[in-house]
Design a protein around this ligand. Sequence first.
Ligand code: ZN
Length: 507
Amino acid sequence: MSPEPVREALEELKTHLAVIADLESAAAVLDWDQHTYMPPGGAEGRALQLATLGRIAHERFTSARTGALLDAAEARGGALDPRSDDAALLRVTRRDYTKASKLPAEFVAELHRAASIGTHVWEEARARNDFALFLPHLERIFELKRREADYLGYREHPYDALMDAYEPEMTSREVRALFDRLVEVTVPLVRAIAARPAPRTDMLEREYEEAPQRAFGMAMAQAFGYDLNRGRLDTSAHPFSTGFGRDDVRITTRFGRSGLGAVFGIFHEAGHAMYNQGIAQALERTPLGDGASYGVHESQSRLWENLVGRSRAFWEYAYPALRRAFPAQLEGADADAWYRAINRVQPSLIRIHADEITYNLHIILRFELEQAVLTGALRPAELPEAWNARMASYLGVTPSTDTDGVLQDTHWAAGLIGYFPSYTLGNVASVQLFEAARRRHPDLEDQIRRGEFGTLLAWLREHVHEHGRKYSPQDLLVRATGGPLSPEPYLAYLKAKFGELYGLAAA
Ligand code: ZN
């Protein structure tokens, strides 16, 4: 077969897919606006606009036209190099198309409605500490998600079908094995740390003004490599990053009354944003123009937030600038005291405020409860009690209200079941990636100590960012690090870092 017909069929398919990508980008702009600048009165109209764009994009993507264009391109695709972008485009688009086509349009609409109402009621239930108010909606959402899993199909566990939206081709059996190992090592580690003297953290409780936080955070994000010609920072109730193509990738943060949470939020979201800014131009407006998975995306945010942003080397460089920005707040605290304060380990009730170690236990708890409800082993009504029991056994703390317990996250209300594991998979992968970069560039930490981040970013660009969704998350990790996802490098990192911080004898 000559390459001409292949190219023609591919061009036709790409033109068709580009329109869908544009619809999705336009919806993302509206969504960003909704969380940043839209006045409250705009909510109803915006929900309709987003529903319309979402429906048109979904209809176009699942249309017979997509199927016919894919068939035609695949029939001629034998001439393609299997490692080429075009071969990957056919593979990924076929996978997405097959999946999306399994869900009836009216079911998708029903799920969106349930999630939209569910989120609304959840906000009220959380504010009023009223789980009973939320319960019928939670039951409905789990019921619909169970149906979604049946539509999509699975080999072993309905959870696998749902998790596939975030972690393609990963099974709950694999996640379970990885999480078991994390529990085995981190639960005793947290106990050993609790027996040691806690570092001083009084400087974190002081008031930090917004303007210098913004200036410092963004100066660092730019030093990391976040390109503000193709990005910007705004504020929202919950920090996020969003992109409308690689050349407009925005982040948000939230400035609290005390502490420097907004700065770490900026580091985190800038990590996500740099990933999208680094995707190859050739993948723009195609299904490949996004991150390989939610876990791989989270590996990028965690790498900059934690492996760089909470490292001793980084603060040796950055602390003098922070002291100049906040002389009164940081009076009497040197770089070492600061480093110890921001890495304090303390079991707590709220996931998003958790430290590097206990964070994963919050995730594992949610993973276990979601699985149990999906299979019917646990009823949604039993969730508060099951939540509190697991908090006690994993973290040794029990929430006194459901607001600080089972009602704290928006994910279930929004129908995002199977999403939580990605956070911890991202933590695990972040260490494997950072260490692969350090094997290639042994002086990486010295560079960070000098405020030089270009080598690290270039390595991430070459091994992660530029490929977009071209490789499966598993293949990407093997190509980048030489091995599959493994908890051991991550556990070794935690033991070394926190063993040193808390003076624990090496195990
Ligand atoms: Zn994130």
